[in-house]
Design a binder for this molecule. Sequence first.
Ligand SMILES: *[C@@H]1O[C@H](CO)[C@@H](O)[C@H](O)[C@H]1NC(C)=O
Ligand SMILES: *[C@@H]1O[C@H](CO)[C@@H](O)[C@H](O)[C@H]1NC(C)=O
Ligand SMILES: *[C@@H]1O[C@H](CO)[C@@H](O)[C@H](O)[C@H]1NC(C)=O
Length: 315
Amino acid sequence: WWLSLSMLCSVHNHFQIKNSKALKILLESINEYYQRLQIFLDNKKKIERHNAGNHKFSMGLNPFSDMTFAEFKKSYLLTEPQNCSATRGNHLSSNGPYPDMIDWRTKGNYVTNVKNQGACGSCWTFSTTGCLESVTAIATGKLLQLAEQQLVDCAGAFDNHGCNGGLPSHAFEYIMYNKGLMTELDYPYTEGECRFKPDLAAAFVKGVVNITKYDEMGMVDAVARLNPVSFAYEVTSDFMHYKDGIYTSTVCHNTTDMVNHAVLAVGYAEQNGTPYWIVKNSWGTYWGINGYFYIERGKNMCGLAACSSYPLPLV
Ligand SMILES: *[C@@H]1O[C@H](CO)[C@@H](O)[C@H](O)[C@H]1NC(C)=O
Ligand SMILES: *[C@@H]1O[C@H](CO)[C@@H](O)[C@H](O)[C@H]1NC(C)=O
Ligand SMILES: *[C@@H]1O[C@H](CO)[C@@H](O)[C@H](O)[C@H]1NC(C)=O
């Protein structure tokens, strides 16, 4: 009541309600406000209940706390099943041994800042740029910020669907055949038609490497020896509220047809006997551990080993 009264007064003061249309809009926005508040309170309860229990990860309020999972899914996740099935990948694993932990963020200037995809199912473009940014920096010593929007706008011929989804492996192929990806500076992240300019291409791909599906040790091999790796997995409702700790789930699926989000593994480690991946997300820095999350390693958790890949940079 306090909120609605003060809202009514301030809106009234500012806009002077003169007709019923304005009043209707006002009532609708008050109604929307109450719906959001209710969802927020439900989520807050869910978070508190989870944090009171015994779990490897904790939840917290974040910019998604006033959304239902159904809404979140529609705006942020891949909606249709993806054709990701590298039954036999072309990544060649060594026999190890592998270091106990690796973190490409601290090995050098190899990982760009966490970005924010906004309300668009474009996670696959951020997983792609993140990986190409890193492999290029490892090869050249120069860390570029690459253009997600070029992939959203131009990579459709390779089974990608802009804000409705796509796959890093398909995006790497686009970059290879298209002969380059521009920088974020030259091709900013705002809606539009394809505006690729060949002379402004800044990063190039000479090959795409898939890791055989469900071969999580292949991912360890690649991350330990070579570079960060793009992967996809299934996000279920609790993941939206992730705050820190090692994410595990008993409800997510683990097969290629169920993945709905793509991210970038930048390292791995182990804590109290639980091995985990260090993962860069694209939901801004107010989500998770400054935009990163940890997820249990070694169990194909939520299908994270279903379709991982990385590009070979052309430098
Ligand atoms: C999967 O592949 C089929 C056949 O190539 C295509 O029609 C469909 O759009 C693809 N789905 C996605 C999500 O890319
Ligand atoms: C990699 O996997 C994708 C499916 O995710 C497939 O379309 C592509 O042909 C594969 N590329 C190679 C080099 O095997
Ligand atoms: C998926 O999970 C089930 C149940 O834990 C397990 O039996 C199966 O082997 C897993 N499949 C893959 C591909 O990881």
